[in-house]
Design a binder for this molecule. Structure first.
Ligand code: MEV
Length: 304
């Protein structure tokens, strides 16, 4: 069995597609993949109600064909069973976790040792099917875990971020997620039409640098303010929705230090920064607005 993490985009979504930095954390939930045989490259994902043949006209099958073709060994025919512990299409990196876990399981079945670069490139091929123009951030986090600073490129630049304190986050899936490729294309069209939209992406890049400093300093209040600013800039780029805005404002009113949408937007999830004191009130405020909620804890890495 092979596992890959889901991700929580803390700062910098969308702008990261245009070379700005982003900060994302691995979730403990993700996708576990097992090769169950070698017949018709069948793919089953019970949690997402998927059971398709490898040659089916289905996005998951198409993505996994692209993945198999990009792997540096013969990955044909292997049947994959995927156990997903995170929602699909909600902005928490489900497709990247699926691609990375599948590549790892296929490599193990074929007796092949994949380098991180080969894994990254193969997952990129699958992510292109879902996202059109992915930055690579989602599968970088799925591969490496931890809290990561990521800049798109060939090769991408990524490094771990050291935290100065623990951060407690509440994630709420407010509505079904929109297609990431469609959201990325909408931002591209806005940037094409209006230079100010390009400037907003540059501003998000500057905000990410401030956010990294605040995370490293353990400055909860500054991280919260920057989450609010990031949400405002994403709203200006047109990727928030009335439901996401309502949940973000409900969380802030209930005492969250900050709140923003996370991921591609157009639906999906929002994230709120809470303390042990405010967590119960924020959770109660979000409960009626959310399909599901879960917690994510960012912890400093200790030597012991
Ligand atoms: C999606 O999780 C994040 C986006 O920035 C797209 C990408 O980075 O590929 C919206």
């Amino acid at each position: 069995m092979a596992f890959a993490h889901g991700k929580l985009l803390l700062f910098g979504e969308h702008a990261v597609v245009y070379g700005e930095p982003a900060l994302a954390a691995a979730l403990t939930v993700g996708v576990a993949a097992t090769v169950t045989g070698r017949t018709a490259a069948r793919i089953t994902v019970p949690a997402w109600s998927i059971d398709v043949a490898g040659d089916a006209d289905h996005r998951v099958a198409t993505a996994l064909r692209a993945l198999r073709d990009a792997l540096p060994f013969d990955a044909s025919g292997y049947d994959l069973h995927l156990e997903a512990s995170l929602p699909a299409g909600a902005g928490v990196g489900s497709s990247a976790a699926m691609a990375v876990a599948s590549a790892r399981a296929l490599a193990a079945a074929a007796g092949h040792l994949l380098t991180p670069d080969q894994l990254f490139e193969a997952a990129m091929a699958a992510e292109r099917v879902f996202h059109g123009n992915p930055s690579g951030l989602d599968h970088a986090v799925a591969i490496h875990g931890g809290l990561m600073h990521f800049v798109r490129g060939n090769p991408p630049r990524m490094r771990p971020v050291a935290l100065g304190a623990s951060f407690r986050l509440l994630v709420a899936q407010v509505e079904a997620g929109a297609d990431t490729g469609r959201m990325v294309a909408a931002v591209a069209a806005l940037r094409e039409a209006h230079p100010v939209a390009r400037a907003l992406c540059t501003d998000i890049g500057a905000l990410v640098a401030e956010a990294e400093a605040a995370l490293t300093a353990g400055d909860h209040a500054a991280v919260g303010r920057l989450m609010n600013l990031n949400h405002g800039l994403l709203s200006a780029l047109g990727v928030s929705t009335a439901s996401l805005d309502a949940a973000v404002h409900a969380a802030r009113t209930a005492g969250a230090l900050g709140a923003k949408l996370t991921g591609a937007g157009g639906g999906g999830c929002m994230v709120a920064l809470v303390t042990d004191e405010t967590a119960p009130a924020v959770a109660s405020a979000l409960a009626p607005l959310a399909r599901a909620t879960f917690e994510a804890h960012l912890q400093p890495v200790t030597d012991s």
